[in-house]
Design a protein. Structure first.
Length: 284
């Protein structure tokens, strides 16, 4: 007997079509995450109560310039990371696919590296504290993580493993078939809605943890503390969610270890080191 399966909503991946131009929810998710993160970062900088002696690390208008640097780091790093980490063969068989951003395919860990590099270059150019900039960006990242996972859900991608839990969902309907040339890539079987798990944990829960640190523990006064907490929180939540995800990218043969699992372990270790080394009142 087939267990109860929740219906997967018929949401067209294309949010708006203007003639030959299609605007997809995936792209809108990135735009929403970047814009909300930018606005939140500006509020953090402008709130004197969050900074030692009421003196923010830099002027609020720095956030406008920083937004452009981070946006480039996210897109370029995320796209390159997807191909390097998950589909390296396309560099030789279809290299132009790298520029087809509208088709999707962004790796968080690649975007993370791109963002860190963008922060470092920005800090050197504007002669501001690198770790403090990193803390502010880290506090703002969960917006993008939340909307990105919602976009994964709409696109019926990054799905969960087969399950019999009461909230299981079959990622197969007419919209999915139309999007994937008449087939459901993951079959018509009940699965964990793992994208929603990740939206709740990587996005919402991580935001609340970092918000508590910045607004109740004076964490912005200890450069590296918020950035380290982000790496630990995201890494731990991602590891938990990997237990429920179907992942075609696996390592170590028969061991049940996904590539996402493997990439998160260094994040947690680096985050723990950053939090341990963070010192109040020292801007680095």
């Amino acid at each position: 007997m087939r267990p109860l399966v929740l219906p997967y909503p018929n949401i067209d991946p294309v949010a708006l079509a203007l003639g030959p131009v299609e605007i997809k929810w995936y792209g809108l998710a990135y735009v929403a995450g970047l814009l909300l993160g930018w606005l939140y970062l500006k509020r953090l900088v402008a709130d004197d109560r969050l900074w030692p002696y009421g003196r923010p690390a830099f002027a609020a208008d720095f956030a406008d310039d920083l937004f452009i640097w981070v946006a480039i780091g996210v897109v370029v790093g995320g796209r390159m990371g997807h191909f390097l980490l998950y589909e390296p063969h396309l560099f030789f068989t279809a290299p132009l696919e790298i520029f087809a951003i509208w088709k999707g395919g962004m790796a968080f860990h690649g975007g993370l590296v791109g963002t860190i590099l963008a922060i470092w270059l920005f800090a050197r150019r504007r002669k501001v504290a690198t770790l403090t900039v990193m803390d502010l960006v880290a506090a703002s990242v969960p917006f993008g993580l939340f909307f990105g996972r919602i976009a994964n859900f709409i696109n019926a991608e990054v799905v969960g493993r087969e399950t019999t839990v009461p909230w299981a969902m079959s990622f197969c309907n007419e919209t999915v078939r139309r999007s994937y040339q008449g087939v459901c890539p993951y079959g018509d079987v009940p699965r964990h809605p793992s994208q929603l798990y990740e939206a709740a944990l990587e996005g919402l829960a991580t935001f609340l943890i970092l918000r508590w640190l910045t607004h109740h523990r004076e964490a912005l006064g200890s450069p590296g503390l918020v950035g380290g907490a982000f790496l630990i929180s995201y890494g731990a939540f991602r590891l938990l969610c990997e237990l429920f995800k179907f992942d075609e990218y696996r390592v170590f043969g028969t061991l049940n270890v996904t590539t996402g699992f493997l990439y998160c372990v260094p994040m947690i270790l680096v985050g723990a080191l950053m939090m341990r080394m963070a010192r109040p009142g020292i801007r680095q």
